[in-house]
Design a protein around this ligand. Structure first.
Ligand code: SAM
Length: 246
């Protein structure tokens, strides 16, 4: 199930999905550690969006960023010409085997029609894959769970279980497969958090009925009003699945 990114402006996506530097650094150090790269390697960021991770990756690696959305790619091109931007489908890439040293896929597997086909395609072109996703079964609850139960329900349907991703990697011919979780707690002002909600920073907001979204916004306002002070602790959690061939 994939939200229509051309309807949502990619500028909005950029503005409300941005990570603070410490959060981005944690993603990048976890990637480097699991991928066992030393710097200078060729990395493909598949489903790169507007380049939130591609830009950070391009500080250390030679990056190709691929996305199926023309609008996302155009936004990315305007940010960096150091990165090679390609419009295309991660299920059928235009690349030859060994075109890159590592493929990075962040928050894409819940949007593709067949994640097995994606992993098979990556196995064809590259011996190393790092997937970043949400483990719906092991994540800690967040304020979204309280205010938008419908979002959580939809996400349980969308995000493939980690065991299924691991199984698909093994079936596609990867020998070493493991998973690692990260959790970062970020202090954020209530105003900034509410702004993210109002601008639907999570794509699943577009996939629930509008009346459920409106009720959730009201519920969130009352939850925030009950939290003392001007700030709250926002949990950012991710699971990395790493797969490599010996
Ligand atoms: C949730 S966004 C994540 C973007 C980026 N990886 C990030 O974390 O900021 C998912 C992206 O995957 C892209 N996408 C979805 N299905 C795709 C496919 N089959 N091939 C290439 N890109 C795809 C969407 O256009 C969107 O930009």
């Amino acid at each position: 199930m994939r939200p229509e990114y051309s309807e949502r402006t990619s500028e909005e996506y950029d503005r409300y999905r941005v990570f603070p530097k410490n959060v981005l650094d944690k993603y990048m150090s976890t990637f480097a550690d699991l991928a066992e790269l030393i710097g200078g390697e060729r990395v493909l960021d598949g489903g790169a969006g507007t380049g939130r991770f591609a830009l950070a990756l391009s500080e250390r690696y030679k990056v190709t960023a691929l996305d199926c959305s023309r609008e996302m790619i155009q936004n990315g091109v305007a940010k960096s010409r150091k990165i090679r931007w390609v419009q295309g489908d991660i299920m059928r890439t235009p690349f030859k085997p060994k075109h890159v040293d590592c493929v990075f896929l962040a928050y894409v597997m819940h949007q593709v029609p067949d994640f097995n086909a994606v992993i098979e395609e990556i196995s064809r072109i590259c011996p190393k894959l790092i997937i970043v996703t949400t483990d719906m079964y092991r994540r800690l609850p967040t304020l979204i769970d309280q205010a938008f139960p419908g979002v959580i329900e939809v996400d349980f349907e969308r995000f493939p279980p980690i065991e299924e991703l691991e199984g698909a990697c093994i079936l596609a011919g990867f020998d070493r497969v493991r998973a690692r979780r990260i959790l970062i707690e970020e202090r954020i002002s209530k105003g900034a958090y509410m702004e993210k909600i109002q601008h639907k920073y999570i794509s699943t907001f577009d996939l629930i009925p509008p009346e459920d979204y409106a009720a959730g916004v009201k519920k969130m306002e009352s939850i925030l009003a009950g939290i003392p002070g001007e700030e709250l602790l926002n949990r950012i959690q991710a699971t990395f699945v790493s797969a490599s061939k010996l």
